[in-house]
Design a protein. Structure first.
Length: 322
């Protein structure tokens, strides 16, 4: 297929996902939108990934890149550099698209002149085929989905939606289609966690986005990707807010950060060991300056600081290195 005929370039990073790779590629081949190219980037896998990919080496619309291990961000950036389509989509090598994924998202992006497109999604595992839709577990997104016209939500200011749904990650990379004209410097290869959220915050700051309420992606749950927890995600979100605060309106960033911190503090109330922690005066002052609204409602800055000590101090330390 000639480069000028390609509408969507799909970037698929792969590291030791040989057992799932053929199924992921098959979900691309089954797309109802047919003018695509698939760029599979083997990121130094130590399993039989390259043996699996040999079967696709001679297909004209599939490009296989074999590179030394550099992390998922370097693999995605390498694939993006090879892309020739008007749009770039991402699919991880262990996930699956529904057949209408690209057609429905790209059609909505064209109709609304959007820079960024995504859809609802589901999860599955070796023992369970259906964990339900993501919006079933995310009340703000569920409420927004109820207002959709013909199954499509359009946002002129995606960052406003970002703050409403930030506690739960509706932005997995396999869910995303973006205009190739807005690379936004690509993924940050220095980040070992949250590189996709960091990248997408920069995209959301650029302009309009669309969201398809139908679940068009199936995320595979298995041992290699099941280690993430809510505490790590909350820490990640605050780090990204800290990094990208120049892109976020102050009221949005503040609202999101305060809501997340408060939720984590409530969760920490049951961890009595935290009450024994000593809190520095510097940390206490930082909390008071950063979250004055919630401090007014506690009446006890030392108690609040103790409850949040492990959580906030870790972020303060690590954010200096980002």
């Amino acid at each position: 297929m000639a480069g000028s005929d390609i509408l969507v370039s799909i970037v698929m990073p792969c590291y030791n996902y040989a057992p799932y790779l053929a199924q992921a590629i098959a979900s691309v081949e089954q797309q109802t939108l047919t003018n695509w190219q698939l760029i599979v980037v083997n990121d130094g896998s130590t399993d039989n990934t390259m043996e699996v990919l040999e079967a696709y080496q001679n297909q004209p619309n599939i490009i296989v890149i074999d590179k030394p291990n550099g992390g998922v961000s370097s693999a995605r950036n390498r694939g993006m550099a090879q892309a020739t389509g008007k749009y770039i989509a991402f699919l991880d090598a262990d996930d699956i698209w529904q057949p209408h994924k690209l057609e429905k998202v790209v059609t909505a992006m064209e109709a609304h002149n959007a820079w960024f497109g995504a859809s609802d999604f589901g999860r599955f595992s070796a023992t369970s085929e259906d964990f339900g839709k993501f919006s079933d577990y995310c009340q703000p997104l569920r409420a927004l989905s109820a207002t959709a016209s013909d199954g499509v939500l359009s946002f002129d200011t995606p960052l406003a939606v970002f703050t409403e749904t930030l506690e739960m990650p509706w932005y997995p990379s396999a869910n995303v289609v973006l205009r190739a004209a807005c690379p936004e410097q690509g993924f940050d290869e220095s980040m070992k966690l949250g590189e996709d959220l960091d990248f997408f915050v920069r995209l959301w700051a650029r302009g309009p986005a669309v969201f398809i309420t139908e679940p068009l992606l199936k995320l595979r749950v298995h041992d290699a990707n099941a280690s993430k927890n809510s505490t790590n995600h909350t820490l990640l979100v605050l780090k990204i807010l800290h990094r990208q605060q120049q892109l976020l309106p102050a009221d949005h960033a503040g609202t999101a950060a305060r809501r997340i911190l408060t939720a984590r503090i409530k969760a920490l109330l049951g961890a009595r060991g935290l009450l024994k922690k000593k809190v520095s005066a510097e940390d206490a002052r930082w909390l008071k300056q950063r979250y004055p609204y919630y401090l007014r409602h506690t009446g006890n800055i030392k108690l609040l600081a103790k409850l949040a000590y492990n959580y906030v101090s870790l972020w303060l330390l690590k954010s200096r290195t980002l």
